[in-house]
Design a protein around this ligand. Sequence first.
Ligand code: TYM
Length: 341
Amino acid sequence: MTDAVHTRRVFSGSQPTGNLTLGNYLGALKRYVEMQDQDFEDTIYCVVDMHAITLWQDPADLRRATQDVAAAYLAAGLDPKKSIIFNQSQVSAHANLAWVFNCVARLGWMNRMTQFKDKAGKNAENASLGLYAYPALMAADILTYHATHVPVGDDQKQHLELTRDIAQKFNHDFGVDFFPITEPVIDGPATRVMSLRDGSKKMSKSDPSDMSRINLTDDADTIAKKIKKAKTDPEPLPSEVKGLEGRPEARGLVDIYAGLAGITADDVLQAHGGSQFGPFKQALAEVAVSALAPITARMSEYLGDRAEIDRILGDGADRAAEIAEPILQKTYDIVGFVRSR
Ligand code: TYM
């Protein structure tokens, strides 16, 4: 058996549950945009509405949030002429391939998924079956496009390892070299943007405190206020990254600065080492506002015409299905499903 050569193709997705945060922007969206202009055959970016319903979503909120995430993609710089932008539920290959993968993934693998444990909490008996199967759907999202590169934040690492395990086991069990072994693309200074209130937790749209995060819809004053109130320690900033050890809040703010300015943490400390947090936070707020204000403004422009967003999503779904459907059909042939029509 020869190693199949796979087209270089990017796939990634974000859930339409609440506001996107600076964590989503730096860990994912900003990097989606960078990859759009790199040497890939296709860049495919999905709004994963089927993942969202693994936890209860109000239907009207889900509809709006799906359009909001699409608007954030566009506002961040994704170009529907260059990239495929669509919502997951509109391309049925995702759910169909997920079923096949439910039969490939092992219970032992699923039981190790830390995100399920976090999200199900203490009352796991009452979690949906979908929440448990979530990572198999995620593997299907990626592999129904034979995607080779997946830009994500650090919190998705375990799911991407599972995707590789599923691809490997499928290929092995059926004696084929069909699914690629996907490369997670987790790099840059901001793969794990931390909460502004607790440097040991990641910034998250589900944190009960709005002060813990910067939302892509926050205005300049709110951004500045949240940064000003961010938790810190009494020491001035060190001049080298090593000096940030044991100072998670300071590390978190330096990483945010680096991510926003497109430089390394070392560069930030070269410029701000020795500085107290007062002036550093002011400088950080300026960088944050100048990076985010144009995105927020473009996002509200897009949201002024939701019908246009739906049109872009529909066009994306058609183009996505053109790639996904033949891969699903080939999978069915490999599995042994009779094509009856
Ligand atoms: P989601 O919707 O939670 O987050 C979307 C993307 O944002 C990244 N992210 C962060 N990055 C850095 N710091 C943070 N604080 C932070 N918070 C979120 C996430 O890592 C992610 O890249 N399961 C996925 C969605 C998904 C998907 C896929 C991703 C479904 N199918 C296929 C890639 C490929 C999720 O819940 O992401």
